[in-house]
Design a protein around this ligand. Structure first.
Ligand code: CTP
Ligand code: MG
Length: 228
């Protein structure tokens, strides 16, 4: 097995404000984590899955993963996360079995990400040998401000918003994390800071991150549309 996905699910979901670890919050009756793991396990190419969970929820997480994985459960592992996303990704990378060449890092909170997005990033990474992230154009007009005063309009033609999964050659991502500044807010930032090239492929609106109550409502509506 040469590829793996680390699903980071150890965040507390402060901005969602439901008082539960966010990945365990249901979207239309099913935990975000269940939805995210199922998508990875349905990919045509077998993929190892490492779930990074809050320390207090490990058993629950194992049960949830076993339920969704069925006979593929031997492809999965559950490990304890850290105080921030950076530490959680590192814990996931440390837990990967030998023989993995390519790793995708995926937010459990992007639980409606289509399988095709996973395929697209892994395919492009193998074609180029580089890191690859899904990206969407920025649609709002973007301003630079000083306090509440607008000082300029930023040219948005060269700006994108990035999603997950973000895919990298595992050895180089591990090396990058070993020397990374914690100010980098995503894996692509860590990889690039260590000298790696990161490319983009088109993202998908459905891969949005559930951060707020509004996002959760949007996710529920999207599932209802798919079901219909
Ligand atoms: N994450 C993690 N470990 C952390 C923090 C975040 O594994 N210590 C994961 C989250 O579970 C989520 C992803 O990183 O799947 C993106 O983080 P975010 O959307 O910020 O989730 P939370 O940190 O849970 O939310 P908040 O920032 O509102 O508390
Ligand atoms: Mg967070």
């Amino acid at each position: 097995m040469s590829r793996a996905v680390v699903v980071v699910a150890a965040g507390s979901g402060t901005r969602l404000g439901i008082g539960d670890a966010k990945a365990f919050v249901p979207v239309a009756g099913e935990a975000m984590l269940t939805r995210a793991v199922r998508t990875v396990l349905t990919l045509a190419e077998p993929t190892v899955v490492v779930v990074v969970a809050p320390a207090a929820r490990l058993d629950e997480c194992r049960a949830l993963v076993a339920a969704v994985a069925g006979p593929a459960v031997d492809l999965t592992a559950v490990v304890t996360g850290g105080a921030d996303r950076h530490a959680s990704v590192q814990a996931g990378l440390d837990a990967l079995p030998d023989g993995i060449e390519w790793v995708g890092v995926h937010d459990a909170a992007r639980c409606l990400t289509p399988a095709a997005q996973f395929d697209a990033v892994f395919t492009r990474a193998r074609e180029t040998g580089d890191g690859v992230v899904p990206a969407l154009p920025v649609t709002d007009t973007v301003k630079r401000v000083e306090g509440d005063v607008v000082v300029e309009t930023v040219d948005r033609s060269a700006l994108v918003g990035v999603q997950t999964p973000q895919v990298f050659p595992l050895a180089r991502l591990r090396d990058a994390y070993a020397v990374a500044e914690r100010s980098e807010t995503d894996d692509a930032g860590v990889y690039r800071a260590a000298g790696g090239t990161v490319r983009t492929v088109p993202g998908d609106a459905d891969a949005f991150k559930i951060t707020t109550r509004w996002d959760l409502a949007r996710a529920e509506a999207l599932v209802a549309t798919r079901a219909g």
